[in-house]
Design a binder for this molecule. Structure first.
Ligand SMILES: *[C@@H]1O[C@H](CO)[C@@H](O)[C@H](O)[C@H]1NC(C)=O
Ligand SMILES: *[C@@H]1O[C@H](CO)[C@@H](O)[C@H](O)[C@H]1NC(C)=O
Length: 384
């Protein structure tokens, strides 16, 4: 609580008090220099004075409601008016903006502002105001002035400080596979007052990553802090979890934003795996995940004989109609790769499908899968 005491010469009572006390001291200790005695008397009178205007210092989070406390104590003077003045970011010149008259009658001096509410009581010499939906523009100094009789105007100044919590976010810089250090992501705390602290928790990654932080302060005293996370975009670092932690006086509690480091790359080698006797799956690695499309070389699919479901291809009936080369295309926004499957359904009881990897792309058969429709066929076909 900020207390403002009445100056000793302002009223008749303190003056009388000083006069009596100093006379008393002078008569008792006439050897003490006069000036020293008067000083002592002055100090005594300060302790004994009465009227006080009680205010305070207010700190509030933007958007909340602020109470601007102000009342007078220890006086029997008559109160004729309470006046509020302000000097804010929006209005840098101190001027009257509210007056309160007997009967709790509140009047705006220049323009009405619904956000102000008088919550004091005139009869109790209480001028307390409430201000809702506080914005940064309201920050400044508020002065309440009591017009008293006979002691005159008494006032106190109430500073209003604003806390502005930041807007926070993480932006993925979408790094692609490489061998040079690049920016992975930025974590931002925008428009904080006072400035927020932004840091990364990178756990096990240790010195595989590096961070830098930059702050920019604006004219309205808010600060934007940006922390950047750098590293070499390898496959190993892909998928690692890190966190950005934002803290500071403007936040009631620390904010933690989780982030998964993603290294983006086009589909790698496309392999075709055999799921069961008549179904196959296209397999690749890609980030983001690849979309798969099956097609038949030179011919359209016979929908009645083949079912395609994403990465999977199912042969619905094992007939010679299906013989031929099938292609699986794996694609994401970074690239496209193909894989081939050769299906050969032998006449009679024995059918086979042959899958090869990257056949058309490199003419280098990495692997092949023989598939046999009926048990007992394996030996027979192998002997052929
Ligand atoms: C304060 O803000 C709220 C929400 O934005 C709004 O509904 C309300 O009317 C505002 N109050 C005043 C007094 O402006
Ligand atoms: C402060 O100033 C910055 C830059 O002009 C602006 O983006 C931001 O919205 C302001 N903040 C407030 C709370 O007015």
């Amino acid at each position: 609580m900020a207390r403002k005491k009445i100056r000793w010469m302002d009223g008749a009572a303190p003056f009388l008090c000083v006069f009596l006390v100093s006379n008393f001291i002078l008569s008792k200790f006439s050897m003490i220099p006069c000036r020293l005695v008067l000083l002592a008397a002055l100090l005594l009178s300060r302790d004994a004075d009465a009227l006080q205007v009680i205010g305070g210092s207010v700190t509030v989070v933007q958007g909340d409601t602020a109470t601007l406390p102000c009342h007078v104590t220890d006086t029997n003077d008559d109160l004729t008016q309470i006046t509020w003045q302000r000097r804010t970011r929006a209005k840098p010149h101190n001027d009257n903006f509210i007056t309160i008259q007997p009967g709790n009658r509140l009047q705006f001096v220049r323009g009405h502002d619904d956000r102000f509410k008088y919550i004091g009581n005139f009869n109790n010499k209480n001028g307390t105001l409430q201000l809702s939906n506080v914005t940064l523009k309201d920050e400044g100094s508020y002065t309440c002035i009591f017009t008293l009789f006979p002691s005159g105007n008494q006032k106190t100044e109430i500073p209003l400080n604003l806390l502005v919590p930041p807007f926070t976010n993480i932006k993925d810089n979408l790094p692609t596979l490489g061998t040079e250090e690049v920016l992975f992501a930025t974590c931002t705390a925008a428009g904080s007052k006072p400035p927020a602290e932004v840091r990364w928790l990178t756990g096990a990654l240790g010195d595989k990553v590096r961070t830098t932080t930059i702050s920019t302060q604006y004219d309205n005293d808010t600060t934007t802090t940006v922390s950047s996370l750098f590293g070499v975009p390898t496959r190993e670092i892909n998928g690692h979890q890190v966190q950005c932690v934002i803290s500071g006086d403007s936040l009631t509690k620390e904010e933690t934003l989780p982030f998964t480091i993603q290294i983006y790359f086009s589909p790698t080698e496309v392999n075709i795996s055999v799921i069961s006797e008549d179904s196959f799956e296209c397999v690749t690695e890609a980030n983001p995940n690849a979309n798969f499309t099956w097609s038949r070389s030179g011919q359209s699919f016979m929908q009645s004989a083949v079912k395609e479901e994403g990465a999977k291809l199912q042969l619905l009936s094992l007939t010679a109609y299906l013989n031929g080369l099938y292609q699986c295309e794996a694609a994401n926004s970074y690239g496209i790769k193909h894989g081939q499957l050769y299906v050969h359904v032998a006449s009679g009881a024995c059918s086979a499908a042959w899958a090869s990897f990257g056949l058309l792309l490199s003419l280098d058969v990495i692997g092949a899968t023989w598939f046999f429709y009926k048990s007992g066929c394996f030996q027979k076909c192998l002997q052929q």
